[in-house]
Design a binder for this molecule. Structure first.
Ligand code: PMP
Length: 406
């Protein structure tokens, strides 16, 4: 008989090219494995070996929990990506940006106030803001949901407001701006996706409190490493205090891994190769999915308006070493990127959009998790190539079936 090939669980047939009919396309979850091929190309110089006696102490040579070498590399990556102004600001590390979200809420909340700070975000918002703020159940802060409901309270000095501003937003990719402004409003800028592969960078972010994560920069979500860039010294000190009490700093092993990865990021193509790779991957995926959705009247996805990108403009300069494909990147093309598709079920009867997709073997994240209702779902576009191919295949089938099913 014919030798049988080792197919991925979703493929069958003699050359593994046929989708198996009951394979489930997983577009749930935010695991950024689309960057795995980049790291496979740089497997040797990103590898890490640590002798057993290395890095045993709680602290670095400077007696702090923070590697100054890593901090320097982080500042350098921001200056190459042109996505954040870090000079004159402090840097705090966290076990993923998840930990820093609450460290920031803690640091911005009043102590000993008679009423807790109200933590808000604009809908649709990343669910952890709500669940985490509720979980810590502090007398100093509580989650109050939709930011826009507090627009008339910003001049009331007895109300302390803390707004999470997520740009690009998870789930819909919009470059959100603060909804609230005023003397008693504090803002936490969650910039997890503010990198040239997920969005145009109109100008470097220069906010008082900005949070980033290696998860969405290099794709190493499992290393649990994030950082905050903080302008105000007192806020910085409170975040450091939070980190000291909750964790005594971030694992030195995680810091070492992050340093190794950022070294490779900075070495390859003058620090531009990873962004070029990630941008092209995301752009191709976004274009292919939008082409399928454009043929549908049952489903729609978010519009992302054109924006000028400072990062790619720079790459498009006159230097002769720049590969031709980079020269093709125009601001028109750049508008097409987003980490997630925010899909809406348009047909009246499709009230539960994630159930509609589940019926077609697609796993999505329900819009109600983002306080946006069941007509919407989030589809992850940052998973592996296989995950994306299955998703596209299944969506294509659904859209082709539209005429027959209505
Ligand atoms: N902020 C946003 C908007 C996110 O989407 C995520 C992860 N999906 C995080 C923060 C947390 O990321 P991490 O803890 O891995 O740094």
């Amino acid at each position: 008989g014919k030798p049988t090939c080792e197919c991925n669980s979703c493929f069958g047939g003699p050359d593994c090219s046929q989708f198996s009919p009951d394979c489930v396309a997983d577009a749930d979850g935010g695991d950024p494995l689309f960057l795995e091929p980049f790291w496979k190309q740089h497997a040797a110089n990103s590898a890490l070996v640590v002798a057993g006696w290395h890095r045993m102490s709680y602290v670095f040579e400077n007696n702090s929990y923070i590697s100054l070498e890593l901090e320097k590399h982080i500042r350098r990556v921001h200056s190459i990506a042109k996505n954040a102004a870090t000079s004159g600001k402090y840097v705090v590390f966290g076990a993923g940006s998840t930990q820093l979200l609450n460290a920031a809420v803690y640091a911005l909340s009043p102590q000993n106030s008679s009423s807790p700070a109200k933590v808000v975000a604009s809908i649709p918002y990343y669910p952890i803001y709500e669940t985490q703020t509720g979980f810590f159940n502090s007398v100093n802060f509580e989650f109050e949901g939709d930011a826009s409901l507090w627009k008339n309270s910003t001049s009331d000095s007895s109300i302390n407001l803390i707004e999470f501003v997520t740009a690009p937003n998870n789930p819909d990719g919009k470059l959100n701006k603060p909804t609230l402004q005023g003397p008693s409003v504090k803002t936490i800028h969650d910039l997890a996706y503010f990198w040239p592969h997920f969005t145009a960078i109109p100008t470097p972010a220069d906010e008082d409190l900005m949070i980033f994560t290696i998860s969405k920069l290099t794709g190493h979500a499992g290393s649990r490493f994030g950082w905050a860039v903080v302008k105000d010294e007192a806020v910085y000190q409170r975040m450091v205090w939070y980190m000291t009490l909750s964790e005594m700093g971030v694992s030195r092993d995680a810091q070492l891994r992050a340093l190794k990865l950022l070294k490779v990021v900075l070495e390859e193509g003058d620090g531009k190769e990873i962004f070029e790779f990630a941008y092209q991957t995301m752009r191709k995926r976004w274009e292919r999915l939008s082409r399928v959705i454009s043929m549908s009247n049952r489903f729609s996805i978010q519009e992302i308006p054109p924006q000028f990108c400072t990062f790619f403009q720079k790459v498009r300069g006159p230097s002769p070493e720049i590969p031709v494909r980079i020269l093709h990147i125009s601001k028109q093309l750049h508008l097409r990127n987003a980490a997630y598709a925010w899909l809406k079920c348009e047909w009246e009867e499709d009230k539960d959009c994630s159930a509609v997709l589940r019926g077609a073997n697609i796993l999505s994240r329900n819009g109600s998790m983002f306080a946006a209702g069941n007509r919407y779902v989030r589809l992850s576009l940052i998973r592996t190539d296989d995950d994306f191919e299955f998703l596209l295949h299944r969506m294509n089938n659904l859209v082709s079936d539209e005429d027959g099913s209505k």
